[in-house]
Design a protein around this ligand. Sequence first.
Ligand SMILES: [Zn+2]
Length: 462
Amino acid sequence: MAENKDNKMEKLVSLAKRRGFIFQSSEIYGGLNAAYDYGPLGVLLKNNLKQLWWRKFVTERADMVGLDSAIIMHPKVWEASGHIQNFSDPLVDCKQCRRRWRADHLLAGDGAKPGYDKEKPLAEEVKCPTCGGELTTARQFNLMFETRMGPVTDEGVTVYLRPETAGGIFVNFKNVVDTMRQRVPFGIGQIGKAFRNEITTENFIFRTREFEQMEIEYFVHPDHWQESFAEWLQMMRDWCGWIGLPADKVQEAEISEKDRAFYSQRTIDFQFQYPFGQEELYGLAYRTDYDLQQHQKYSGQDLVYTDPITKEKYVPHVIEPSLGVDRSVLAVLLSAYTEIEGGRSTTTTAIKDSEVVLKLPYYLAPITVAVLPLSNKETLAPLASDVFNTLRTVFSTQYDATGSIGKRYRRQDEIGTPFCVTVDFESLEDKAITVRDRDTMAQERVAISEIVDYITGKLPRI
Ligand SMILES: [Zn+2]
């Protein structure tokens, strides 16, 4: 069983590369460990996912605004947030083979929870998982990427690549209140890159040192945090459904008091059943007023909010739904990946290899429509081009004229394209084309003049 599961991960990594979704970074130089590049189809999928998030979590809500803050911030931001002092993982070295491990990961089998029980010392009997060698005692290793700002290396100021996008939101709280006339409760959403110098990286795009986040800081009156927490919890559940994650693959884990960050009064982790195990996907935390209080203290600025109607003054509390873009992409691809043994065609009895269909939600698919002229003959090309040019002004569209029609359908199925339209010789006469649906394989003849409306009507609205 485990072998089978590993296999799915391998197959997905191979498909992602073969079809232009995700490449190893700097591959022609031998690759950079745990760094990945999104290829032409990967960036389309990732953008669709981010746009969906932005629309559902920001623009469709009257109580939300957006932000795009700088990656490099004033170093004091990270003093205030506690990242400089506390954002570290326990690192142990193997005295024999020199491999490095995260101590809390080695404890996972010992009933400890990775990521939480960071202080728990390693028992003597815990040895190097690779060679069985003795391990050093754990030392704390700060996960922030450090760099120097300014043209002269020794005179510059030490700055950090942000370890999370949240910091940029908190330091702009006052700017947003002053300029946008938002009344609490309201939230600020941001999508952006974050960087963590992880001791260990693993499982493709699951844990990488450079990653992208979709984060919200939702500011509430301290008496009303429970309502907002419940609302965002439901929103995150809905989101998992919108991006096609099967309900039985997603688990919510209530993080116990001793495992939570000291300032958090409630945290729920969303976990997903990846082929390599049940691991974190998203997080929802009630952070109290910790962040704004800290920034008030370190910046010396007044971050007290005055309610415009009641005139009550207080430092707002915060609910934080935090979603990883790359983990979303991985979970979406794993959920969509479907293998059909013996192939999909029912018109032939010949035994074929298994075929792959990426059953992505239609609105996430990198390509919405593929235009496939049935024959390479010159006579079909002008009409097929016309159809392509019409469709691509509205949908993400690909033109594919190489290979047999069966091969082309298979290629489109593998990248999750919901609709294939074939232009045939009859099309020249009846000005109609055949539309094939990815999931049902049903084919319908549609007038070329109606094709845009037809496909628009088939795309689910959420
Ligand atoms: Zn070792």
